[in-house]
Write a protein that binds this ligand. Structure first.
Ligand code: ADP
Length: 316
């Protein structure tokens, strides 16, 4: 395994036995997650994301396949590897007897972190929990509990941080605090793996993205490459006067729509350039007032892959 990988998942499968039969939640998933990457794992509800994370968190037992973390087989080195992993699960389960500060200190000592090396105060401050440091978890709001859950996963300074829908139902302030702290940790070299429903978050934060659907990986690449491969380019062109001749020429390049003298052209790939368009329009006598372009966002690519197109593609 290349030593630049934080995580290598190989043919990972999980089937659950349900009343109505066997449910294949993960179907031979293979995924390489580079060290230091900010990796987004996206997919609709029921795609298998939480199952995958819960297997890594040892909460769910895999049916088959292997997981290699920092070059070590997870099955053989599970106890050692727990120090490398900081996993923030979705459920908000906390011990009701200890204050926020105590909870974090207990976890730090559980991981054997010396008092002088603990980051409890830094984490509490970064996640906006300082005012509640001496309150018990039961007195915290839902958003504050989630902050504590995130803090708990970070006390032992893990080099791989896995966040399962960390911002589901939380306010803007926590999102901002969380992302600014997690981005800082990523810049320090930590690998971040994130599942989120907020595709704009993935767009902004992640450098790698895998899209999972019905237990299979349907796209997996650097964000820039995904945009090149699956993206569509939109041109918005303003003419002094729009004519049927213009629309006929431009319709050859893709789907067009127009509003007064402004025409929008959606090209199937990201390859068409301004020059190609202008070259074809100079053949007729036409005056262009303005051209702007808009590239596909991850949200468009996600919707296209999941809802409009069932073709599978894995680029690794
Ligand atoms: P996601 O996190 O992408 O929403 P999940 O991993 O939670 O997806 O679920 C994947 C599939 O496995 C779904 O069809 C879900 O209903 C099923 N599933 C998850 N956990 C269990 C379980 N404990 N028993 C039976 N089926 C389960």
């Amino acid at each position: 395994m290349p030593d630049k990988l934080a995580l290598r998942i190989n043919n990972l499968s999980k089937s659950y036995q349900t009343k109505s039969g066997t449910l294949q939640a993960l179907d031979q998933i293979s995924l390489d997650i580079p060290k230091g990457s900010f990796f987004g794992l996206l997919g609709p509800n029921g795609a298998g994301k939480t199952t995958m994370i819960n297997i890594i968190a040892s909460l769910v037992k895999k049916t088959s396949g292997s997981i290699i973390i920092n070059g070590k087989d997870f099955d053989k080195y599970q106890t050692d590897l727990k120090y490398s992993l900081g996993i923030v699960p979705q459920e908000l389960i906390l011990d009701p007897f200890f204050t926020v500060y105590e909870t974090l200190e207990i976890f730090a000592s559980y991981y054997g972190i010396k008092k002088s090396q603990r980051k409890t105060l830094e984490i509490i401050t970064a996640l906006g929990l300082k005012e509640k440091a001496h309150n018990p978890p039961r007195s915290l709001s839902g958003g504050m509990r989630r902050r504590l859950l995130i803090a708990k996963a970070l006390v032992h300074d893990p080099d791989i941080i896995i966040l399962d829908e960390p911002t589901a139902g939380v306010d803007v302030e926590l999102r901002e605090k969380l992302w600014s702290y997690v981005t800082k940790l990523n810049k320090q070299g930590k690998t971040i793996i994130l599942t989120t429903h907020y595709l704009e978050e993935a767009e902004e934060l992640c450098d790698h993205i895998a899209i999972i659907d019905k237990g299979q990986i349907i796209a997996n690449d650097k964000k820039v490459n995904l945009k090149k491969i699956f993206g569509k380019k939109k041109f918005i062109i303003e003419f002094t006067k729009l004519s049927p001749q213009i629309t006929k020429i431009l319709a050859k390049f893709g789907d067009i729509s127009f509003n007064k003298n402004i025409l929008t052209l959606e090209h199937k790939t990201n390859k068409l350039s301004y020059l190609d368009l202008i070259a074809s329009l100079t053949k007729i006598n036409v005056e262009i007032l303005n051209i702007t372009t808009k590239e596909s966002e991850i949200e468009d690519i996600f919707k296209n892959l999941i809802y409009n197109n069932n073709s599978s593609l894995n680029n690794t």
